[in-house]
Design a protein around this ligand. Structure first.
Ligand code: MEV
Length: 314
């Protein structure tokens, strides 16, 4: 048995948080950064070993409740396939930083679910796998929109509106993105809960911010399809300002955004849940080095570049 499966990280180009309230958002996979699962035969029932979390999770599908995302993923797969746990250990490893807005949880669950299917010699259609990973996201992230699991399972740029059929985005040019980590982990759940509290207490004001985000996402789709980087950058800047008003930025994120813009980026914004985690900057190829240096000098814990393009995948 020599099975390895994987799933990518993701970034949200525009529209996070507003997407929870039915507005569109655009997300793209980052195929160079992945979570992996490897299957090994074992004699101790189904076990999941997580190298990064330094834990070994035995999967007891008869337990009434499951308080571990990995065990829940395995249980849902077994239920879906009406299968008994195979005698294997599934070893997980992820290059995606945890709690940083890059979809680490959904990617690890997706890689695990694929490995378990493969160990059982079974396959789940992507739509069913996507629905299953969404169930795991719901248990661990409160009220997720479903965008993270969707872009990760399908590994394709998506224009996502909650509870609507998935729309793919046509990429009309090459867009170079520099991704920088504040080094501060942040819970998406608490950021989403924070926006909910604001929405409940200042409904009209927050609704107006969400409406503005929805409009700029629709415009951003046009820019992506026409290959207009400068115009997309302007929309990213507007999106960041609106996210600041939704209270999900942080001093570290704002510092990195400013550093990228000062160094010549077309646009920059936080990406994902915010309050820490990663930001993204859209750059021209000839300013990539300058922006990367500026982000490093401004305190980024890790900086890397990816290209969203007509041919290359992120
Ligand atoms: C997290 O990657 C994106 C949020 O909009 C939450 C969600 O859509 O579930 C903040």
């Amino acid at each position: 048995m020599n099975i390895q499966t994987s799933a990518p990280a993701k970034i949200i180009l525009v529209g996070e948080h507003a997407v929870v309230y039915g507005k569109p958002a655009i997300a793209v996979p980052v195929s160079s950064l992945r979570a992996y699962a490897e299957v090994e035969p074992s004699s101790g029932g189904l076990q999941i070993a997580s190298a990064d979390l330094d834990e070994m999770v035995p999967v007891d599908i008869s337990a009434a409740t499951i308080d571990n995302a990995l065990a829940l993923t395995a249980r849902l797969v077994l239920q879906k396939l009406a299968a008994s746990p195979p005698e294997v250990t599934i070893r997980l490893h992820s290059d995606i930083p945890i709690a940083s807005g890059l979809g680490s949880g959904a990617a690890v669950s997706t890689a695990l679910a694929r490995a378990l299917c493969a160990a059982l010699n079974a396959a789940l259609p992507e739509a069913e796998l996507n629905a299953l990973i969404y169930e795991v996201e719901k248990v661990y992230h409160g009220t997720p929109s479903g965008i993270d699991n969707t872009v990760i399972v399908y590994e394709h740029p998506v224009y996502f509106v909650r509870q609507q059929p998935i729309q793919t985005v046509v990429i009309g040019g090459d867009f170079m993105l520099v991704i920088a980590d504040t080094g501060r982990s942040a819970s998406t759940r608490s950021a989403v809960d924070g926006v909910r509290a604001l929405y409940d207490s200042r409904h009209e004001q927050v609704q107006a911010l969400l409406d503005d985000i929805g409009e700029l996402v629709a415009q951003a789709r046009g820019c992506i399809e026409r290959g207009q980087a400068q115009a997309l950058g302007d929309l990213m800047n507007r999106n960041h300002a609106l996210l600041q008003q939704l209270t999900v930025s942080s001093p570290e994120l704002d510092r990195l955004v400013k550093a990228a813009l000062d160094a010549g980026a077309f646009g920059a914004k936080l990406s994902g849940g915010g309050r820490g985690g990663n930001m993204i900057a859209l750059v021209a190829p000839d300013s990539e080095g300058k922006v990367t240096d500026a982000l490093t000098r401004a305190g980024a814990a890790r900086v890397f570049t990816t290209i969203l393009g007509r041919r290359a995948r992120c």
